[in-house]
Design a protein around this ligand. Structure first.
Ligand SMILES: Nc1ncnc2c1ncn2[C@@H]1O[C@H](COP(=O)(O)OP(=O)(O)OP(=O)(O)O)[C@@H](O)[C@H]1O
Length: 263
């Protein structure tokens, strides 16, 4: 069953073709990684899926909702998002568990009255993902890694069918990054696991949990396939248009510019 389908989708803003003729299908329980250099259109692609951006042409269907024909608010409630453009929307003085609870209402503030039971659910979720010690803390005082953990807990409040992580390991140290990838693995093992869409610049973060990769360049899909097909020196040299070499350590692919290109 297709969870996300884009057919010939183009997105233009201020005369700039930000995405051009995108064809992409995500099947249920197929976890994807999207890679692309800065400005290749990754964030705008996910904003299209979340209906934060509106396509210029083409067809988009997400979780059975055909954009332009069905109601969008219900759809937004089924998509969890972790990323800097969401992180920036919260007031620095919001208490951690209140921030997590906003996930239930798909907002950045708690406009509606909430009960102690609601807060208990948020706190329990924080404990489950290893963020229990952040209960009671003020968002603005948290480290980057702690903020990311809160956003993950927030995104799980709605039991999302799709979970999008946009450069979620930004600013995380080596160990926090490794913990995040382990947490994602645990999420993939849940009975009602969401489909993951994981945006990254770092091929070493592509764990066995991901079955498919999408490579974007200048707003176009340049390749898609399995990690075995695409995580090769040839394919990545073609993608980056610069010669690269790959070191595989413990199953993680580290991609480096070829030695002759290093200063
Ligand atoms: N409203 C706009 N008008 C004109 N150009 C825009 C607009 N919004 C985005 N762009 C451009 O579209 C391109 C794609 O942006 P996007 O943020 O999707 O890239 P990205 O792949 O997520 O980049 P990064 O890895 O740096 O986060 C960039 O060149 C950006 O400057």
């Amino acid at each position: 069953m297709a969870i996300i389908t884009l057919k010939n989708v183009t997105f233009i803003r201020n005369q700039k073709k930000i995405l051009e003729n995108i064809n992409w299908t995500v099947q249920k329980n197929e976890h994807w990684v999207i890679m692309g250099r800065n400005g290749s259109g990754k964030s705008n692609l996910i904003k299209l899926i979340m209906a934060e951006n509106w396509k210029t042409s083409g067809e988009i269907t997400v979780l059975g909702t055909r954009f332009g024909q069905d109601r969008i608010p219900e759809l937004r409630a089924k998509i969890g998002i972790v990323g800097s453009f969401i992180a920036e929307r919260f007031r620095p003085d919001i208490v951690s568990e209140n921030l997590v609870l906003t996930g239930k209402y798909n907002s950045s503030m708690l406009y509606k009255a909430f009960s102690e039971d609601d807060l208990a659910v948020a706190r329990e979720l924080m404990k489950q993902i290893g963020a229990g010690e952040l209960i009671g803390r003020i968002y603005g005082t948290l480290s980057q890694g702690e903020k990311q953990l809160l956003l993950i807990a927030r995104s799980l409040m709605i039991k999302p069918e799709i979970l999008i992580l946009d450069e979620a390991t930004n600013g995380l140290d080596l160990f926090a990054k490794s913990r995040l990838l382990t947490q994602l693995h645990q999420i993939t093992q849940l009975a009602d696991a969401p489909t993951l869409i994981y945006i990254t610049h770092h091929p070493d973060e592509i764990t066995d949990d991901f079955q498919k990769l999408l490579f974007l360049r200048d707003g176009k899909v340049v390749n898609s396939g399995t990690p075995a097909q695409l995580l090769t020196a040839d394919s990545l040299t073609d993608f980056y248009q610069e010669p690269v070499q790959i070191e595989v350590v413990d199953g993680h692919h580290f991609v480096l510019p070829q030695k002759s290109n290093l200063i």
